[in-house]
Design a protein around this ligand. Structure first.
Ligand code: APR
Length: 235
């Protein structure tokens, strides 16, 4: 890593790997979610139009499952870093679980949406939601029975990209944690950051598709590597 005390502004991107040790399946490592389901059957607008009950059952099961899981040491370490870091820090996650929030982070940018939100396709309001959607409950705001998971499906635009690119322009350090670098636009952030002069660090269990873009890669489980890095940053 470069000289730590020249680092003021940090952007962190996390992926499913940071929640793996909390017992939430990743997508592409052995037995991952996408090995059990065809993405195009459950995670596209076309799938939802074709078979809404199948899609609701898939997301109802995942929404329930994450509520039985607990944050791990990596989530808590990032919560501490966000609270104590003197410069700017933006935590962007591809994850749709709420483990970063329960790990103490308060300003999490969920670029792929959140399991614990329902999006009304009638009034466009997003409401906190913990139960199932299969039985077509009424939207808390407009009462229409037109709620969908507030998760960004393939072919849909990720959320708040303008804020992410603005933060990357100011970043002195970009850190990618627990992501395979398989899905854009998130997989391209490291190149944006590097072109804009930031240092880039990858913390991942194994080499990812994007490892060659990083100045430094540290391999190991997030619950060990992330607290170690946070301790370094907070000196
Ligand atoms: N600690 C750190 N990294 C881990 C751990 C762990 N304990 N376990 C797995 N990993 C790493 C894997 O090596 C892999 O590189 O986490 C990464 C998980 O990759 P994916 O399963 O592809 O998940 P992710 O990168 O978040 O997927 C990105 O794809 O399907 C879409 O919208 C979905 O947000 C998701 C996006």
């Amino acid at each position: 890593m470069g000289d730590m005390n020249q680092i003021r502004n940090i952007v962190i991107l996390t992926g499913a790997g940071i929640s793996a040790e909390s017992g939430i399946d990743t997508f592409r490592s052995g037995g991952g979610l996408w090995e059990q389901h065809r993405v195009e059957d459950v995670a596209t607008p076309e799938a939802f139009a074709r078979d809404p009950n199948l899609v609701h059952r898939f997301y109802d099961a995942r929404r329930a499952a994450i509520q039985e899981k607990e944050p791990n040491a990596a989530h808590f370490a990032l919560g501490r870093l966000e609270a104590e870091w003197p410069g700017k820090l933006l935590l962007v996650t591809q994850n749709v679980d709420d483990l970063h929030e329960r790990g103490g982070a308060s300003r999490v940018l969920h670029m792929h949406g959140e399991h614990l939100k329902a999006w009304c396709t009638s009034c466009d309001v997003r409401s906190l939601w913990r139960g199932p959607l299969l039985d077509r409950p009424a939207c808390p705001v407009c009462q229409a029975r037109s709620l969908r998971p507030d998760v960004v499906w393939f072919g849909e635009m990720p959320y708040r990209m303008g804020e992410i690119y603005a933060a990357l322009r100011e970043a002195d350090l970009f850190v990618s944690i627990g992501t395979s670098g398989a899905v854009y636009p998130a997989a391209g952030f490291v190149q944006n950051a590097r072109e804009l002069g930031a240092r880039t660090l990858e913390l991942n269990l194994e080499r990812s598709q994007g490892s060659h873009h990083f100045h430094e890669s540290r391999l190991g489980p997030a619950s060990e590597v992330v607290p170690q890095w946070v301790a370094e940053m907070l000196g």
